[in-house]
Design a protein around this ligand. Structure first.
Ligand code: SF4
Length: 255
């Protein structure tokens, strides 16, 4: 029997004009599900991976399974998928992983993108001193591996990407805290429970599921989406004293 995920990928693939479907995953079940996902039409996968040694990985995820995640990444790459690794940039965690991640991207050719730690953690432990900035990460790779050279920005990607100066290995930084890029953000999300989110730091801004289950017209769904886009704020406001943590942590928004 096909899983709900495979079915979703297959149905999305049938939509004319949809150019890219990408799965963001913790990678634990990737290897097991890969063959069916490929058949369903998935070609892009982003794997969240915060550490490359078992102990740090356990500390970051509160479970083991690093070997399964690495096995999934390897299998996806061998199946011809475009694979990227996303990693949180956190002081006390990432600074001990620089050499390992540098060797990883240079060995596999898989780009690793570091996302500054944002106040979207489920424990509410975020504080500014735990944020390892994108600039610090670039400096660490350059001093501990080889100098990094910027790559020209591609489309609306929030990542600033670099390649090592010998052309082998790619590192990206998403400096969402130290250098916010909200003025050029075109992200808009539909959560797994059918809620619109016009910003990671916003609140739910429309209940599409309720409209669909209530037999609403396409027109009213379209109006809800347009109004959610129109109320997108100019910035996330984490540096504002009135900032309120969003009610949903990152894992409940969908990356
Ligand atoms: S507008 Fe919201 S989702 Fe977009 S970059 Fe800023 S914080 Fe992130």
């Amino acid at each position: 029997m096909r899983s709900q995920l495979n079915l979703l990928v297959q149905k999305l693939n049938e939509i004319e004009g949809l150019r890219k479907i990408s799965l963001t995953t913790n990678g634990v079940l990737l290897q097991d599900q890969l063959a069916e996902l490929v058949v369903a039409g998935l070609r892009h996968v982003n794997v969240s991976l915060d550490a490359l040694d078992e102990e740090s990985f356990k500390g970051a995820t509160r479970r083991g399974g690093l070997d399964k995640v690495l096995g999934g990444i390897d299998a996806a790459q061998r199946a011809g998928m475009v694979v990227k690794v996303n990693s949180i940039a956190m002081r006390g965690l990432t600074d001990h992983q620089i050499v390992a991640f540098g060797e990883f991207t240079r060995r596999t050719g898989i780009p690793v993108r570091f996302i500054e730690f944002m106040p979207l953690d489920s424990d509410g432990n975020w504080n500014t001193s735990a944020v390892l900035s994108g600039a610090e990460i670039v400096e660490m790779f350059s001093s501990q591996i080889r100098p990094l050279v910027p790559i020209e920005r591609n489309g609306s990607s929030p990542s600033t990407d670099y390649r090592f100066d010998d052309g082998i290995g790619t590192v990206g930084v998403i400096a969402s805290v130290s250098k916010p890029f909200c003025d050029s953000c075109d992200r808009f999300r539909l959560t797994a429970d059918g809620q619109l989110r016009n910003c990671l730091f916003g609140q739910d801004s429309g209940d599409v599921r309720a409209l669909l289950r209530g037999d609403a017209s396409d027109e009213s769904i379209s109006q809800m989406i347009q109004s959610a886009v129109a109320t997108k704020k100019r910035g996330h406001g984490t540096d504002d004293l009135t900032f309120l943590r969003p009610s949903r942590p990152m894992h409940a928004i969908g990356g």
